[in-house]
Design a protein around this ligand. Structure first.
Ligand code: TXA
Ligand code: MG
Length: 333
């Protein structure tokens, strides 16, 4: 056993998909693109394969993973869909929405992938390549984001290889991910739908389909704690400073829209998430811009205020995690 010597690069054609599916069916780890971010996939029914995900990512705890499926029919073999879950699946699948529902009896997803919970997180991603891979694999595929634990999520194949080259069997390269932030997670358990993580589907769109407000995690005591949602996460090396109205000399700056903070002339590297102030475009650029500003070597990345509407909620959530105190103390200089 041990890490594979080299990671196989597979192209986005029929041969690449067939090879990736064969590797997944054999219990290997394969990174693949979804419309949100690249996932690190393994057969969700094979505990040894799922354990390999935690090892490759150096994920310290067994957080529950999202299982990816080609369509709603396959998802219904793994989870029990009540009326609200069904309405959301029909409205947003395939797409960047994950539903946490009671695990179905006789489902294939193993305990380790569910971290022992009686519920299961299911997602039908959009995007032809992900769909082709899931259909060819014919099994639920567990996949967290394909980064080392605590690092920024990958939206390009090069990001994945930077973190995981040599630790995973293969990567299916489908180019950049169009949405750029992870899926929205909604729990549909007892007590009504609750938002566990903002993401690629805006809260407003979900509430429009449900005809009512989504409960927040804090006000949904029946909702399970999603461990991956709490600690510092998505952390670049640099310190991250939010809602900056002014920047210090040498600070890297993450801009949004046309506004320019005071002191910008003396700043270091500057990138704009969306010069037009469009939250959808900003989400698509978020993680790659963070990586590029981090690579500039600046000690701090100052982020201008970002409005919370639409995908702004998910962008602000990821930036707050990037700015949170690190488990190992402050980021190294
Ligand atoms: O867009 C995405 O969702 C990406 C792509 C690859 O699909 N995947 C992703 O997975 O972001 P990951 O593992 O980074 O995030 C999964 C989140 C974690 O915060 C986990 O705690 C939560 O889903 N989760 C999984 N199963 C759960 C469950 N049964 N109850 C509550 N939370 C759950
Ligand atoms: Mg992640």
């Amino acid at each position: 056993s041990g890490a594979p010597a080299g990671t196989l690069r597979l192209g986005p054609d029929a041969a690449g998909v067939a090879e990736a599916a064969a590797l997944l069916r054999a219990g290997a780890l394969v990174a693949f693109p979804t419309e949100t971010v690249y996932g690190l996939g393994a057969d969700a029914g094979e505990p040894a394969a799922v354990a390999g995900i935690y090892a490759a990512k150096e994920r310290p705890r067994f957080n529950p993973l999202i299982a990816h499926l080609p369509d709603l029919a396959a998802a219904r073999r793994e989870g029990a869909f009540g009326p609200a879950a069904l309405r959301l699946a029909e409205a947003f699948w395939p797409g960047p929405l994950t539903l946490v529902v009671p695990a179905a009896e006789g489902g294939r997803i193993c305990d380790l992938a569910r971290a022992g919970l009686p519920s299961v997180a299911l997602r039908v991603p959009a995007g032809g390549l992900a769909h082709a891979l899931l259909a060819a694999t014919g099994r639920p595929v567990a996949a967290p984001s394909a980064n080392r634990s605590g690092r920024v999520s990958p939206t390009q194949a090069a990001h994945v290889l930077g973190d995981l080259d040599g630790r995973i069997a293969a990567i299916l390269d489908g180019g950049p991910c169009p949405v750029g932030v992870e899926s929205t997670i909604v729990a549909c358990l007892a007590g009504g739908p609750a938002l566990l993580r903002p993401g690629g589907v805006a809260r407003e769109a979900i509430e429009a389909v449900l005809g009512g407000r989504l409960a927040a995690l804090a006000t949904a005591p029946e909702a399970p704690v999603a461990p991956g949602l709490l600690a510092s996460h998505y952390a670049p090396r640099a310190r991250v400073r939010l809602d900056a109205e002014a920047v210090a000399p040498g600070e890297a700056v993450l801009l949004f829209g046309a506004a320019r903070p005071a002191g910008i002339e003396a700043a270091g590297a500057c990138l704009d998430l969306s010069p037009a102030g469009d939250a959808v475009e900003a989400a698509a650029n978020l993680f790659s811009h963070l990586r590029r500003l981090d690579a500039s070597g600046a000690a701090t990345i100052a982020v201008v205020p970002i409005p919370p509407a639409g995908l702004g909620e998910a962008i602000r959530d990821r930036l707050q995690r990037a700015a949170a105190p690190r488990p190992g103390g402050p980021a190294p200089p």
